[in-house]
Design a protein around this ligand. Structure first.
Ligand code: PLP
Length: 365
C-alpha cells in the first residue's frame, strides 16, 4: 500500500479545545468545522468534541453531515442560507442561521413554521465582507422585530480582517466599531476567531469561534501553535521511495528548477500535489527525515517530491518522512510555500489515507 497518510490525533484536538477554553475562560466555544473540519474529517472531529457547545459550518450540507453523524449540539450556518427553498430543511434540523443581508430577513418574514429559529445578526465592523453596515442597524432592528419565526433576543456577531497581525491597529478599530454600534443592545455577542482568541482578549465576549487553533496551528504571523501551548492535530507523512546519486550541476524534476551545487544524494518521497502537498513550495522547504529537516529540491510532481539527503546520509528506502505535523510545524512549511497553514490541511486530497488516533475515534477512512 502507498504509505502516504494523514494521522489525525484526536487527543491533540481535545488538548487544543481545553487550551482555548482556558484562554477564553469567560466565553462559550463554537468549534468551527467547515471545509471538512479544515481537511481533518468533519464527522470525526465533531464527534471527538463532546464539550463543544456549538459547531459552525459554511454550508447546509456540512450541517446535515453532522446531524447524520449523530451530532446533537446546535450548528451555526456561518453564511446563513443561500436559497429560500432551503429553509424548511434548515428548520427541521434546528440549525442556527447567520443573517447578513436584507433578502434573508424578507425570506424569514415569509416563512411559515410553528418552530422558532435562532439567528445571529452579522455586523460589518470594517472587513467589508459579509454583514450589515453599522448605519443600517436601526432599520434592521425594526425589520427583525416584525419577523415572527425567530427566537428573541437574537445574537450578534462580527469578524476580524487582520487580527493575525498584532501590529495592525485595525483589529482595535473593528472592536470599537462593533461595541459602539451595538452598545444599546443587551444581546449575546461573538467576534473572536483564532487570532482574536489568542491576542485580542477584549474581543472574547460571550462566544468565541476558533477554527485554526483547534487544529493546533497558530494564525499569528511568525509563530507556531507550540508558542501558545497548542498541539498539531494533522500529521502528514509518507516514506522515501527511491534514493539516487546526483552529480554537481545535474538537476531533478520537471522544469529543472534545482541544480546540485556538489555531488549529493536525493531521496524521492511518495507524496505530491495530487495528495495536496503545495506545488508552489520552494526549493529549501523543510521536510523531516530521520530526526532532521532536509530541503525540498526541484518542483513538486503530482505523486512525488525530491529532498536532498546529502552526500553522507544513513537514510533508507521505506524510512518515514514527515511533511508537516508534530516534528515539523505546518506554519513553517506554509511560509516556504507562500501560503497559510489553513490551505495546507484543507488541501489534503481524498487519495491520502486518513488514520484517526486517540479516544473516541470513529476509525480509519
Ligand atoms: C465567520 C468566521 N468565524 C470564525 C472563523 C474561524 O477562523 P479561524 O480559523 O481563523 O479561527 C471563520 C473562518 O474563516 C469565519 O469565517
Amino acid at each position: 500500500m502507498r504509505p502516504t497518510k494523514a494521522i489525525i490525533d484526536l487527543d491533540a484536538l481535545r488538548h487544543n479545545f481545553k487550551t482555548i477554553q482556558r484562554i477564553a475562560s469567560d466565553s462559550r466555544v463554537i468549534a468551527v468545522v467547515k471545509a471538512d473540519a479544515y481537511g481533518h474529517g468533519l464527522a470525526h472531529i465533531a464527534t471527538a468534541l463532546p464539550d463543544a457547545e456549538m459547531f459552525a459550518v459554511a454550508t447546509p450540507l456540512e450541517a446535515y453531515t453532522l446531524r447524520d453523524a449523530g451530532i446533537k449540539q446546535p450548528i451555526l450556518l456561518l453564511e446563513g442560507f443561500f436559497e429560500e427553498k432551503e429553509l424548511p430543511k434548515i428548520v427541521d434540523n434546528d440549525l442556527h442561521l447567520v443573517v447578513h443581508h436584507s433578502p434573508q430577513i424578507e425570506a424569514l418574514q415569509r416563512l411559515e413554521t410553528n418552530k422558532k429559529l435562532n439567528i445571529w445578526l452579522k455586523i460589518d465592523s470594517g472587513m467589508n465582507r459579509l454583514g450589515f453596515k453599522v448605519e443600517e442597524l436601526p432599520q434592521i432592528e425594526k425589520d427583525l422585530a416584525k419577523v415572527e419565526c425567530i427566537n428573541k433576543p437574537i445574537r450578534l456577531m462580527s469578524h476580524f480582517a487582520s487580527a493575525d497581525d498584532p501590529k495592525d491597529c485595525f483589529t482595535d478599530q473593528q472592536l470599537k466599531t462593533f461595541l459602539k454600534s451595538t452598545k444599546h443592545l443587551i444581546l449575546e455577542r461573538s467576534m473572536a476567531n483564532s487570532a482574536g482568541i489568542l491576542e485580542a482578549h477584549d474581543a472574547h465576549f460571550d462566544w468565541v469561534r476558533p477554527g485554526l487553533v483547534l487544529y493546533g496551528c497558530s494564525p499569528m504571523v511568525g509563530t507556531t501553535g507550540a508558542d501558545y501551548g497548542l498541539q498539531p492535530v494533522m500529521n502528514l507523512e509518507s516514506q522515501i521511495m527511491s534514493i539516487r546519486h546526483v552529480k554537481k550541476g545535474e538537476s531533478t524534476g520537471y522544469g529543472r528548477h534545482w541544480f546540485a551545487e556538489k555531488d549529493t544524494m536525493i531521496g524521492l518521497v511518495a507524496i505530491g500535489y495530487g495528495d495536496g502537498y503545495p506545488r508552489h513550495a520552494k526549493n529549501g522547504t523543510p521536510v523531516w527525515v530521520n530526526g532532521r529537516t532536509v530541503p525540498l529540491v526541484g518542483r513538486v510532481s503530482m505523486d512525488m517530491l525530491a529532498v536532498e539527503l546529502g552526500a553522507k546520509h544513513n537514510d533508507k528506502i521505506g524510512d518515514r518522512v514527515v511533511l508537516w505535523g508534530k516534528e515539523l510545524p505546518a506554519e513553517v512549511v506554509a511560509a516556504h510555500a507562500d501560503t497559510i497553514p489553513y490551505t495546507l490541511s484543507c488541501g489534503v486530497t481524498g487519495r491520502v489515507h486518513f488514520e484517526y488516533r486517540g479516544q473516541q475515534s470513529l476509525g480509519d477512512q
